[in-house]
Design a protein around this ligand. Structure first.
Ligand code: ADP
Length: 335
């Protein structure tokens, strides 16, 4: 359909995401627990004049992991360097990154669960002792040269904390799990964004967009932009409930905010597998998607929305899922 309404970032989003990114903790909506815990971690370290512990943010895409990392650096008065697990293919790439850090810097590694093994092993020592061993030469003549690093704080983000190895996970002093946002919180997000983008957003329009954003600020902002297009092209530019509803119908976002992939997953679960239990990779094949997308992007929200239940034998459709697909749930479907 050409329009990505999924929580992952797409290229066209980057500029507008930079514009809409909250800059201060006070602009960061929701996640009250994580914010409180993080403030204690940061200010405790600042008070003692120490480098704050390494921090891991886990949770589905678009919930504010990157934003919070950037805010952390601001709070610490530090610079942030940004990279990602897949970019750290060779340990040399990581060594270069690490040796360029200045004292107190924050190093942000997105998708840290995808880091290659040799780079990961280098990270252990760097996190623990602010040190790396650079191996020079090959074979029996190889020597390793220790290199001191400036004290830094590593911030890792992952959509799959379960995929992190034990030793890596253990080296983070604080792990925060990001939750989906409530509709009320998302209303605040879209109002703030409308203010920045100069969109004439009415209260009932904000409510409608927030309610259909899959608990995800990135989606809320994206829907706001799509609804604005519709309002400007087909209406008088004002975003109210009616305009939001008409626009979201065009973009195939349903009443619950589920997109096409979510609905395809539910339909497959109910119709092809009679409500399950079925493994997530089998479901992914049935809808022609990567298992990681189904597991890390679709499923968390469908579970949170009460449509899918996780059981030891696989994924099961709930009564709500059967009803959403328009079928009568069988007796054994969980509520
Ligand atoms: P993640 O790193 O978890 O994928 P991001 O931090 O990149 O998510 O957030 C995506 C976008 O969503 C940001 O650019 C910002 O506009 C918006 N956003 C995320 N979290 C919040 C929040 N708590 N308050 C306001 N806007 C947010």
């Amino acid at each position: 359909d050409g329009v990505a309404l999924t929580p992952q970032q797409d290229l066209g989003d980057q500029d507008v995401e930079t514009t809409l990114r909250p800059r201060k903790l006070s602009e960061f909506v929701g996640q009250a627990r994580v914010r409180e815990q993080l403030e204690l971690v940061l200010h405790g370290a600042l008070k003692r004049g120490e480098q704050p512990d390494h921090v891991l943010f886990s949770g589905p895409p678009g919930l504010g992991k990157t934003s919070l990392s950037m805010i952390m650096a601001t709070e610490l008065g530090a610079s942030i360097r940004v990279t990602s697990g897949p970019a750290l293919e060779r340990p040399g790439d990581l060594a270069a990154m690490l040796s360029n850090l200045a004292e107190g810097d924050v190093l942000f590694i997105d998708e840290i669960h995808r880091i290659a093994r040799p780079a990961e092993e280098m990270l252990y020592l760097a996190m623990e002792d602010y040190r790396v061993d650079i191996v020079v030469g090959k074979g029996p003549g190889a020597t390793s040269i220790p290199l001191e690093l400036a004290p830094f704080t590593l911030v890792g983000a992952t959509t799959r904390s379960g995929a992190l190895t034990g030793p890596l996970r253990d080296r983070f002093g604080f792990t925060a799990h990001m939750e989906f946002y409530s509709a009320t919180e998302l209303e605040l997000v879209v109002r703030r964004s409308a203010g920045i983008l100069g969109v004439d957003l009415r209260d009932d329009g904000a409510t409608e967009i927030a309610r259909r954003s899959r608990g995800t600020p990135r989606i809320a902002n994206r829907l706001l932009r799509r609804v604005r297009d519709f309002a400007e092209v087909r209406a008088d530019g004002v975003v109210d409930r009616e305009v939001a509803r008409a626009a979201l119908a065009v973009y195939d976002v349903d009443e619950m905010g589920l997109d096409r992939l979510d609905r395809a997953v539910l339909a497959a679960l109910v119709k092809s597998f009679h409500g399950g239990p079925v493994g997530v990779s089998t479901l992914a094949v049935a809808v022609g998607e990567e298992p990681s997308t189904v597991e890390e992007v679709c499923e968390p929200y469908l579970v949170r929305a009460g449509m899918i239940a996780r059981t030891p034998r696989g994924r099961v459709a709930t009564v709500a899922a059967w009803q959403h697909v328009g079928l009568t749930p069988p007796q054994h479907a969980p509520g």
